[in-house]
Design a protein around this ligand. Structure first.
Ligand code: F0G
Length: 367
């Protein structure tokens, strides 16, 4: 589909061949703006099997760099240690992706874009999973890759990123400091900057498309964990696009979940104010993000869908993650189980709220 890039804040417009991640004028994040009149869905699109590749017409690339990402299961949740029979609870399980998280969906588009634009080298900042995914896809595409990660980051993830062939730069400071460092490195070296920017957001839309295509009844609620807020913004955009195409009627309510030990998004939502940078103290390292890049977009998504937000104590997330493994055999890291923990938390506050409703929780990763 034809598109241009537009600054989220000041509205500056750039062509589709622009290779930078932030607005040149104000430094804000950019958005991919499609000309939907040029969107040609193939005949029989709606009856095609739900899988990442099916949604190529909704991505800003001609071809994906694919390692078999997506096409994850939407499974009916059985007993997970807390009875919830009155709720039609489903889990969108992203842990079977090639590198163990939903991040591979974004990487397949980002790396394809880097290739289309003629780059041979990429870099990114990450709390771990995104770095592992980008390193793996870059290696597959024959590109060099550098990953910036906090010195306090998850050791095992750092080891795996190195094994995937990337150079690691350990950063003194949190994830937001890693982002700043990666952005400077990319600008100085003329590299393609991967990470939580507009192209990744497009690739991750397939989580939302698949949820709609796999659901017999449109979900009433979709619970999504929030680190940078990109996944939530991606799912929202997929719903908007499906509605525009007449494929989706009623919009599911989006519910954002964070750890209580790192909740800049949830506290801003609850207090009706702007998001402020906080120091992450959570053990859920994947979502240890003190200031979410896509926070404003994610706030809009939650508010516009009439959704909600909740923060869950690390110990409660761990408990849910363990129950998920024990009762359903589904492994999850803390960030990966946070959305489900958020559902149980909210249901605990109001036992009847979700009765008779169809609820989806995204289990985002297991590294
Ligand atoms: N779940 C997992 C397993 C993640 O790795 C992340 C983010 C999220 C949820 C939150 O998604 O950032 O789009 O709101 N991980 C990033 C990383 C920050 O570097 O791997 P988000």
């Amino acid at each position: 589909m034809e598109y241009h890039l537009k600054c989220y804040d000041c509205g500056s417009v750039y062509g589709a061949d622009a290779a930078f991640a932030r607005c040149k004028r104000c430094g804000s994040i950019l958005e991919v703006k499609y000309d939907y009149a040029t969107l040609g869905l193939p005949k029989g699109f709606e009856s095609q099997k739900p899988r990442h590749r099916k949604y190529l017409p909704f991505y800003p690339v001609k071809k994906l760099v694919s390692l078999g990402e997506g096409e994850s299961g939407l499974v009916r949740a059985g007993y997970i240690g807390i009875p919830a029979d009155e709720v039609n609870l489903f889990l969108k399980v992203e842990t079977g992706n090639p590198t163990g998280s939903f991040k591979d969906r974004g990487s397949s588009v980002e790396i394809a874009k880097a290739k289309e634009l003629g780059f041979g080298e990429v870099c990114c900042a990450s709390t771990g999973n995104m770095g592992l995914s980008i390193a793996t896809y870059a290696d597959y595409a024959g590109m060099k890759c550098t990953v910036f990660i906090s010195r306090n980051g998850n050791r095992e993830k750092i080891h795996r990123i190195r094994k995937a062939g990337a150079k690691i730069v350990l950063v003194d400071g949190d994830f937001n400091k890693s982002i700043e460092t990666a952005e400077r490195f990319a600008a100085r070296g003329g590299l393609f900057l991967c990470g939580d920017y507009h192209y990744r957001k497009e690739g991750q839309k397939s989580v939302g498309f698949e949820i709609i295509d796999q659901s017999k009844k449109t979900p009433d609620y979709v619970f999504v964990p929030v680190g940078n807020g990109t996944l939530l913004a991606s799912v929202y955009k997929s719903f908007l696009e499906y509605r525009r195409m007449g494929i989706l009627g009623k919009m599911p309510k989006l519910v954002a979940v964070q750890s209580m030990q790192c909740d800049p998004f949830v506290s801003a939502f609850k207090e009706g104010r702007e998001i402020r940078h906080i120091k992450p103290r959570t053990k859920a390292d994947a979502i240890a993000v003190g200031f979410p890049t896509f926070g404003f977009e994610a706030l809009t998504a939650v508010r516009k869908t009439g959704g909600d937000a909740t923060a869950v104590h690390d110990n409660a997330i761990l408990w849910v993650s363990q129950k998920l493994k024990k009762h359903m055999g589904i492994g999850s890291e803390l960030g990966g189980a946070a959305a489900l923990a958020g559902f149980f938390e909210m249901r605990g506050d109001d036992m009847r709220r979700f009765d008779g409703k169809t609820v989806v929780a995204v289990i985002t990763g297991d590294n």
